[in-house]
Design a protein. Structure first.
Length: 387
């Protein structure tokens, strides 16, 4: 509850008039002071009354790409029996106040406000809660209360189309790549039929060619093939303008492009961040709301240097057979460390963003792509002929 300057003046004057009236036996002064005190008490009672309002908000859509339009619709319903007069309401959209018309809202009626959500920057835009300010008619006291919950709007990185995607070393001998990341069965070899083999495993085309029944031998491939490693260390992206590292934004766009291309090609893919995601996720991005890798990219930020631990984990877990590492100008010194993972990942691709000079790939056979932004990365990516 806040007392306005007018209210402070009234309370001080009422106290002074009451004191002077009783001290010097002036009933007129005491009457004026009592009137001022009564007005102040009425103002406190009016401001303390809590209106019964229900707030429903809907984002259309709640997940967009950077620069795409998104709108928020806020509906305020007066579920009380009294008219909620003298109310001032404003919504919070990414820290910016947005006025919502609720003045003299009748009982049982609704009022709706619709406004655009800023999507010029990647991230999670928290919208809400609605703050309703109750004031007395004399403007002496005001009280603000929150209504409704905070709803996040996920602004994903831009996605640039990629024409090709490396499929790694674990290709199926049937001429396709198995798209099931866990517990999948992939063809490995053929052998002669023995009593007890299931007939559905017989490879009839080969059997007809060799004149004997041949059955498939399958292997269980339980690991994703593509691993996208996003270097979100603060030391890898030292150049910032207004708190924004353009090289990191470009790396996020490249990661989103690779992930989208892999999904469209039905290829298993996993996203890994160098720094801990718990330490860099912004407010308004609860873990329960994070659904997919693009949401993780929207919530990603710069964190501590934990590259050694992450490289050790990647080398030990062997999450796939193609590693795509995306770093900034500060990561040029770690190209050799990325290349050292070729023992665990037969194919290693490194994207370097925002570097003043082209990076010199170490003699490890890995592919290095220098790019200024996500669009340039996509163009250079499509020029690669050998992974």
């Amino acid at each position: 509850m806040g007392v306005t300057a007018r209210g402070i003046g009234l309370f001080v004057a009422a106290a002074a008039l009451l004191a002077a009236g009783f001290r010097f036996a002036y009933p007129e002064l005491a009457l004026l002071g009592a009137a001022g005190a009564t007005a102040g008490g009425y103002a406190l009672a009016v401001a303390a009354w809590r209106p019964r309002l229900a707030v429903v908000r809907r984002a259309e859509p709640d997940r967009v790409g950077r620069g795409e339009p998104a709108t928020m619709t806020v509906t305020v319903h007066n579920s009380g029996r009294l008219r909620s007069a003298n109310l001032v309401a404003e919504d919070r959209c990414g820290g910016v106040p947005v006025p919502v018309p609720v003045l003299r809202l009748r009982p049982g009626k609704d009022t709706t406000a619709r406004y655009d959500v800023p999507t010029t920057r990647r991230g999670v835009v928290p919208v809400g809660p609605l703050r309703v300010t109750r004031r007395d008619p004399l403007g002496l006291v005001s009280l603000s209360r929150p209504y409704g919950e905070t709803v996040p709007v996920w602004v994903h990185p831009r996605v640039h189309p990629l024409s090709v995607v490396p499929t790694g070393a674990g290709r199926s001998l049937d001429g396709r790549v198995d798209s099931v990341p866990h517990g999948s069965i992939t063809f490995d070899s053929l052998r002669e039929y023995v009593v007890g083999d299931e007939l559905r495993r017989v490879h009839w085309r080969t059997s007809a060619r060799v004149g004997e029944l041949m059955v498939r031998e399958n292997v269980d491939t339980s690991l994703p093939r593509l691993v996208v490693l996003l270097d979100n260390r603060a030391v890898a992206h030292p150049q910032r303008v207004a708190g924004l590292a353009e090289s990191f934004e470009a790396a996020c766009e490249a990661a989103a492009s690779v992930l989208t291309a892999a999904y469209r090609a039905d290829l298993p893919v996993v996203l890994v961040l160098v720094a801990s995601e718990e330490a860099v996720s912004p407010a308004g991005a609860p873990d329960s709301e994070v659904v997919g890798p693009l949401d993780r990219l929207a919530a990603a930020g710069l964190g501590a240097d934990t590259l050694d631990a992450m490289l050790t984990r990647l080398r030990g877990d062997r999450l796939g057979d193609t590693l795509i590492a995306l770093t900034g100008p500060g990561g040029r010194e770690t190209l050799g460390r990325f290349g050292a993972l070729r023992g665990a990942y037969p194919s290693v691709v490194v994207g370097v963003f925002g570097a003043a000079e082209p990076a010199q790939p170490p003699a490890t056979g890995m592919v290095v792509i220098d790019a200024a932004d996500g669009a340039a990365f996509a163009a250079e990516w499509d020029r690669v002929r050998r992974w």
